[in-house]
Design a protein around this ligand. Structure first.
Ligand SMILES: N[C@@H](CCOP(=O)(O)O)C(=O)O
Length: 487
């Protein structure tokens, strides 16, 4: 199976080449040339473990990896570092099924893919006969950076460079990043926002001269962001697994349609759900949930993507994004794999800040619904869900829960991606629960006390760790900072 660029100006490559590159040389994103043929027998899948389903899906998409290679990636990625042996837990309230994706080492859904990516990447490098050290560029609005460092920390022959917005991340996210102990991790705050960091990362990945210079130093770039196809494929697994679990529990019949709702920023998580549907997951409707950075809501409602608006810092920072990279991958399929059309949209976005979809392409997205929650609505959703359902949401999952309420009467079984632990955002959650705001360790303790729950072991001693990364730079210093670190 080959992977092609969404913009059509780069040669098709194998799965391992696509993962190693991170982004296509024409600036596009790698997508499967066709969907793998895979038969999903739900009765059989219902009795399989997360790891078994992961092997099935990874093998289908990564067909130049041997079964042994896939097995060893899965074993390394989904083991004792998870606080649930199931990897993904389901929590039910009526027809709503929260997929808890936050039981990994850094308490966010990013762990699901980023515990696997280092193993995929080092295996891909070996397959390609690459002996250069791999420099992983990562832009983060809070969760991806920590998860990437947890995955790549101290992995031989890798350096991991993380750039995050100085303002906007939660106390916990900042502490997780600033205390990262791995010797190969380099963490820098920028005075800009996530979009500034992601733009810089994408531009660096596309600079031919820089690649040549890196090669002279036995280095090469890749990325831990979801622009890398190696980030998306492991995320398909949990949609298949969750559906199979619903079959097992007798909540649905095999083959019955479900709805899927995902709070999304860079559009990777919901795109993985779409990919799952393309290989046989029965999905009726996808709900795209945003915070006040509601560029995706407007896009799905009007067909016009317009990033020319104020950037808002919200209590759901993973979604504080105005340029959602993975939308390009969805549009590629909605346009009938028309890479020229995609390239025109992306050029218009770059040069003018907006584009308008053609009617035919927009019509192919009619099964995507979109909405957003403002800060008051996020707070009220956390508050009410805790009071009524005795279930604690983080601000991102609350966005998803609120938007479902706007669009659905929940007559159909619905999977909602619960993307982060509420303990990653204690201040926002405490405020929503009408508790006094407290920062740092005090915030964790206050949250545990008022909700009668436990501080997750992953962050119990977080505030005892020394701060190791304090550098703050302007966004236009990202390239110079990378040069200093590498050359
Ligand atoms: N939500 C992210 C932003 C980066 O998105 P990704 O899909 O590229 O990982 C974060 O929390 O950092």
């Amino acid at each position: 199976m080959r992977y092609v660029s969404t913009r059509g100006q780069a040669p098709a490559v194998s799965a391992s080449q696509a993962i190693l590159a991170g982004i296509a040389p024409d600036g596009g994103l790698y997508v499967p040339e066709q969907w793998p043929q895979i038969s999903l027998d739900w009765q059989e899948l219902a009795n399989q473990s997360y790891q078994e389903i992961a092997e099935l899906i990874l093998a289908a998409f990564l067909d130049d990896f041997t079964p042994m290679e896939i097995q060893s990636v899965v074993q390394a990625a989904y083991g004792a570092q998870w606080d649930s042996s199931k990897i993904v837990n389901l929590h039910q309230t009526g027809n709503l099924h929260y997929m808890e994706l936050f039981h990994g080492p850094t308490l966010a859904f990013k762990d699901v893919a980023l515990q696997a990516l280092p193993h995929l990447l080092t295996t891909a490098a070996a397959k390609q006969g690459n002996h250069d050290k791999i420099v992983i560029l990562t832009a983060t609005s809070g969760d991806t950076g920590t998860a990437a460092m947890s995955g790549f920390g101290d992995v031989d022959q890798t350096e991991i460079l993380v750039f995050y917005p100085e303002i906007g991340v939660s106390d916990i996210q900042r502490q997780q990043m600033q205390t990262e102990p791995a010797a190969n991790a380099h963490v820098t705050a920028i005075t800009g926002n996530f979009d500034d960091a992601q733009r810089a990362v994408k531009s660096l990945l596309g600079q031919k001269e820089l690649h040549e210079r890196l090669a002279q130093h036995q280095l090469r770039f890749s990325s831990a962001n979801s622009i890398n196809i190696g980030r998306l494929i492991p995320q398909i697994v949990y949609y298949i697994y969750a559906y199979a679990q619903l079959v097992k529990q007798g909540q649905i019949e095999a083959g019955q349609m479900v709805d899927i709702a995902v709070p999304t920023g860079n559009f990777g998580n919901i795109l993985a759900a779409y990919y799952a549907s393309q290989i046989g997951l029965p999905v009726n409707e996808f709900t795209v949930a945003s915070n006040e950075n509601n560029v995706l809501t407007d896009f799905f409602n009007t067909g016009r993507y317009d990033r020319r608006r104020d950037f808002k810092v919200t209590s759901a920072p993973a979604m504080d994004i105005l340029v959602s990279s993975n939308l390009e991958r969805l549009i590629y399929f909605a346009s009938g794999q028309n890479s020229q059309e995609v390239a025109e949209y992306m050029q218009a976005l770059d040069e003018n800040g907006f584009y308008q979809l053609k009617g035919t392409t927009q019509a192919n997205l009619s099964h995507f619904k979109a909405g957003y929650a403002n800060e008051e609505q996020i707070k009220a959703t956390i508050h009410n869900t805790f009071q009524q359902d005795d279930y604690l949401l983080d601000p991102h999952t609350a966005v998803g829960r609120f938007v479902i309420g706007q669009h659905s009467d929940l007559k159909r079984p619905t999977l909602l991606a619960a993307t982060a632990s509420p303990y990653k955002f204690p201040q926002a959650v405490l405020t929503a629960l009408d508790q006094p705001d407290a920062g740092g360790q005090a915030g964790l303790v206050a949250l545990a006390t008022c909700t009668n729950s436990k501080i997750p072991a992953q962050i119990q001693s977080l505030f005892d760790q020394p701060i190791l990364h304090k550098q703050v730079i302007e966004p236009d210093q990202i390239q110079a900072t990378i040069n200093q670190l590498l050359f």
